[in-house]
Design a protein around this ligand. Structure first.
Ligand code: RFL
Ligand code: PHB
Length: 389
């Protein structure tokens, strides 16, 4: 088997790259460890920056996001029992689109299948070879047979636990980490969202977030322990705690059947550089942000947009400059998002060891966001996605 670009991983990064290369007439093969059903059902992100939604439209996969995506012009920040709106459109002239990652992935898989180009699910034992040569090879097993794919570039889009990043020889990559002493317990519930906009709530009992997937589906999160035992959280307890944390006078949180629940630990992580020889890392394979800033999926798409542009310049005109600048270009945006996500996270969560001093700092910061247009604009600009990060 031969191709121009071998793409490891069919998450948002790998699938978007495959589509952008297809549009430019560049050949690729996508290799995914999981089944199509698993990948399409994995519930994760829900917020797209306006420019990311627009990128899907331009890449020919935006028909449904345009029709079904919910355009939001702001979010609510709640401190104790008070809410304050941050008006993105007024402060930045830009908006966000609420559209599930599951739907993004379904749209991209449908487009890939329609293109007739290869996308292999359920591949096993993926390994990368000869990355320092001009003809790297990817070995894997598929449907009981050992396969070898010869290519010109490898895109490592296989997430935080993938094989791509560990394929770089020791001593080349530098890793930056931060762990948080909490996680999120997330639910999907069959009930109309109780608020038109997302609500990020800081309370003395811990953080809570009200989000949504559609006019009929609510997505809600509660701060919990990073290794929280879901057995301890029957549905009634989850709703009780959400009522406690999100409750404000004159507003009702509507409850409904819980369709799905899960716990996500939180971390910040960056690898530098994001490239070695013919291997280019993109998305969660290169960086992780805690979900509080809604940046992970957006960063993944922005990485592969930069990579696609660089590969097109190489294949069309033999220009190597964009490929050489790939890591630096991406890392500027990545570190901005890392800071924003860390800042939102530490402003809104209560760590078990936090003292009253920390609480007063958080309360002061939230008050500042309520009273200062400049402070609110900074949050808004980061949330909607900085144009030239
Ligand atoms: P993914 O989605 O992890 O996809 C990687 C793919 O690679 C496959 N894979 C392999 N394939 C072949 N061979 C191997 N050896 C392989 N190893 C792994 C995996 O099966 C998988 O299919 O990474 P990608 O494409 O970089 O996309 C990143 C995003 O998924 C992630 O950043 C976001 O979901 C983060 N995130 C959010 N991001 C946002 O922008 N806005 C949000 O509102 C938001 N909310 C969230 C989130 C993540 C969450 N969780 C569960 C981590 C909310 C949550 C709760
Ligand atoms: C979501 O809807 O899943 C969501 C929204 C905003 C976040 C994180 C997750 O910051």
């Amino acid at each position: 088997m031969r191709t121009q670009v071998a793409i490891v991983g069919a998450g948002p990064a790998g699938l978007t790259l495959a589509q952008l290369l297809h549009v430019a007439g560049i050949d690729s093969v996508v290799l995914e460890a999981r089944s199509r059903d698993y990948v399409e059902a994995r519930i994760r992100a829900g917020v797209l920056e306006h420019d990311v939604a627009e990128l899907f439209v331009q890449a020919g996969v935006g028909e449904r996001v345009r029709r079904e995506g919910l355009v939001h012009t702001g979010v609510e920040l709640q401190s104790g029992r008070e809410r304050h709106r941050v008006a993105f459109d007024e402060l930045t002239g830009r908006t966000i689109v609420v559209y599930g990652q599951t739907e993004v992935v379904k749209d991209l898989i449908a487009a890939r299948l329609e293109s007739g180009r290869p996308l292999l699910f359920d591949v096993e034992d993926v390994s990368l070879h000869d990355l320092e040569s001009e003809r790297p090879r990817v070995r894997f097993a598929h449907e009981g047979a050992e396969e070898e794919l010869e290519c010109e570039f490898v895109a490592g889009c296989d997430g935080f636990h993938g094989v791509s990043r560990p394929s770089v020889p020791a001593g080349i990559l530098r890793e930056f980490h931060r762990e948080y002493p909490y996680g999120w317990l997330g639910i999907l519930a069959a009930v109309a969202p109780s608020s038109d906009e997302l609500v990020y709530a800081h309370t003395e009992r811990g953080f809570a977030l009200l989000s949504m997937r559609s006019p009929e589906l609510s997505r809600l999160y509660l701060q919990c322990a990073p290794d929280e035992d879901l057995e301890l959280w029957p549905d009634e307890r989850i709703w009780e705690e959400l009522q406690e944390r999100l409750g404000v006078d004159g507003w009702t949180l509507h409850e409904g059947p819980i369709l799905e629940k899960g716990v996500t630990p939180m971390r910040s992580f960056v690898v530098e550089p994001m490239q070695w020889r013919r291997l280019y890392l993109a998305g969660d394979a290169a960086h992780i942000v805690p979900p509080t800033g809604a940046k992970g999926l957006n960063l993944a798409v922005r990485d592969v947009a930069a990579l696609a542009e660089a590969l097109v310049a190489w294949y069309r005109d033999g220009h190597v400059a964009l490929l050489e600048a790939y890591s630096e270009t991406c890392l500027r945006r990545v570190w901005r998002a890392e800071h924003f996500s860390w800042w939102m996270t530490t402003m809104l969560h209560r760590a078990p060891e936090d003292d009253e001093f920390t609480l007063r700092l958080q309360q002061s910061q939230l008050r500042y966001l309520r009273t200062s247009r400049v402070a609110a604009t900074s949050l808004a600009e980061n949330y909607v996605g900085i144009e030239h990060a």
